[in-house]
Design a protein around this ligand. Structure first.
Ligand code: NDP
Length: 453
């Protein structure tokens, strides 16, 4: 290890010691910050102003965290209570922006990691958006339509005080799709008597944008194509393993199929299906209907199509493939699974989910020299089109699907260029450093310009 590397490592260790002390019992938040600190510490050590203004310390402290109770009534007339949060992390370059997650695993630590990552991701898009995240430890699975509606309406009774088109604009995430956004938006409209762009991911009939539903998955595939181009290669003929079967996974699969790849797997929290022939448009439509309308389990796919195996309780990472796209949740690729992917010859890992790879797995991908795109670059397409939805709402007009898709492609290309600019290392690109430094500099410069605020 060189002297510079060892002083960076010491500085990161010192910084992390303080952060862990200030934020005990928040392992996901610690993991997300460490990954960024490893990349940006050399930039900070090189810049006296950033040190004197404690830019990194301030950037790792949320502007504010709101915590509130959501009381609702279930179908049996029983009163139920959940905990909800909104972590407004940083609004230096624009109003807070980031999704809402409904899942029993939601904690303050999870939302702080997601809000922190969102700051960098939103900065990379080049659009004026700060970073935030929110959600509740509410489990929509097994709840009736009416229960979900009552929960969303109740949550908005508190949340509406804290959001606004120039303040904070939430969106969907795990467990929050078009249905939930509709309920939340309807309640906001009733409470405030205003129809304005305070949420994104809205239905097309009430201010939503074309391509928002598809944007994260499509954007992730556009990013993979950009990475492959740097090696004179393309997605044509490649095999792909995808996890998840929700919003991100479905549209990543669709775009991969459109671009000539063979998608071998999809999953949910009960296990994964392996289709050696690969999915096609009709099979994917079955999954979309199963998940978006019938809210069924992924094993139904294996029951319907001959030759497909269902692997109960397992993750798909041991299936040999050229491309891996984790599109389910955080830490879904363990360090051992990362090694298995590498041993089986994976060429591209492109993260649709947020922080899906354990930190030592990230190190293994980067050291191996494969094309590895971290989530804050690869899945920024979703929030980018949310930003475009905000612009359309402000202008009170609607762009065509082709126009939005073209803008999405351009934004993903620009993010890729920033990763190359800040992450070039000899003849390779370290996309982790590229994304972290590219995202950091824009926010750091804005914070510095504001003085001690
Ligand atoms: P959805 O709720 O639509 O789908 C989530 C999928 O992941 C489901 O198949 C779900 O299975 C599976 N899943 C969730 N939690 C777990 C778990 N703990 N273990 C195994 N499988 C799990 O969410 P999205 O597709 O919107 O989000 C997926 C990921 O992409 C998340 O990390 C999210 O933060 C990220 N993301 C989403 C964006 C968006 O625009 N929607 C934008 C950027 C990032 P099951 O149904 O069985 O729970």
């Amino acid at each position: 290890m060189s002297t510079a590397e060892s002083s960076t490592r010491n500085a990161v260790d010192r910084f992390m010691k303080g952060l862990v002390k200030r934020n005990p019992d928040e392992p996901e938040f610690h993991q997300a910050v460490r990954e960024v600190a490893e990349s940006v510490m050399p930039v900070v050590l090189d810049n006296k102003r950033y040190q004197q203004e404690e830019i990194l310390e301030r950037m790792t402290e949320p502007d504010r965290v709101l915590i509130f109770r959501v009381t609702w009534e279930d179908d049996k007339g029983r009163f139920r209570a959940n905990r909800a949060w909104r972590v407004q992390f940083n609004n230096s370059i624009g109003p807070y922006k980031g999704g809402l997650r409904f899942h029993p695993s939601v904690t303050l630590s999870v939302l702080k990691f997601l809000g922190f990552e969102q700051v960098f991701k939103n900065s990379l898009t080049g659009l004026p958006m700060g970073g935030a995240k929110g959600g509740a430890n509410f489990n929509p699975k097994g709840k009736s339509e009416h229960e979900v509606m009552r929960f969303c309406h109740s949550l908005m009774i508190e949340l509406h005080r804290h959001i606004g088109e120039d303040t904070d604009v939430p969106a969907g995430d795990i467990g929050v799709g078009a249905r939930e956004i509709g309920y939340l938006f309807g309640q906001y409209k009733r409470l405030e008597n205003r129809v304005t762009g305070i949420l994104t991911g809205k239905g097309l009939s009430f201010g939503g944008s074309h391509v928002r539903t598809e944007a994260t998955g499509f954007g992730c595939v556009y990013f993979a194509e950009e990475m492959l181009k740097t090696r004179g290669d393309s997605l044509e003929g490649k095999t792909a393993v995808i996890s998840g079967s929700g919003n991100v996974a479905i549209y990543a699969a669709q775009k991969l199929i459109d671009m000539g790849s063979r998608v071998l797997t999809m999953s949910d929290s009960s296990g994964f299906v392996h289709d050696p022939e690969g999915l096609d448009g009709e099979k994917l439509e079955f999954i979309r209907d199963l998940k978006e309308n019938r809210r069924g389990r992924i094993n139904e796919y294996a029951e319907k199509y001959p030759g497909v195996e269902f692997h109960s309780g397992e993750r798909p990472w041991y299936v040999p493939c050229d491309i891996a796209m984790p599109c389910a949740t955080q830490n879904e690729i363990s360090t051992d699974e990362a090694q298995t992917l590498l041993d089986n010859g994976v060429q591209v890992v492109c993260e649709g989910a947020n922080m899906p790879t354990e930190l030592d797995g990230v190190h293994a991908f980067v050291e191996s020299g494969i094309l590895y795109a971290p989530s804050k670059a690869a899945n920024a397409g979703g929030v980018a089109v949310s930003g475009l939805e905000q612009s359309q709402n402000a202008l009170r007009l609607s762009w065509s699907a082709e126009e939005v898709d073209q803008k999405l492609k351009t934004i993903m290309k620009n993010i890729h260029e920033q990763c190359v600019k800040f992450g070039q290392n000899g003849d390779k690109v370290n996309y982790v450093h590229g994304a972290n430094i590219g995202g950091f500099v824009r926010v750091a410069e804005a914070m510095s310009a504001y003085g001690a605020v």
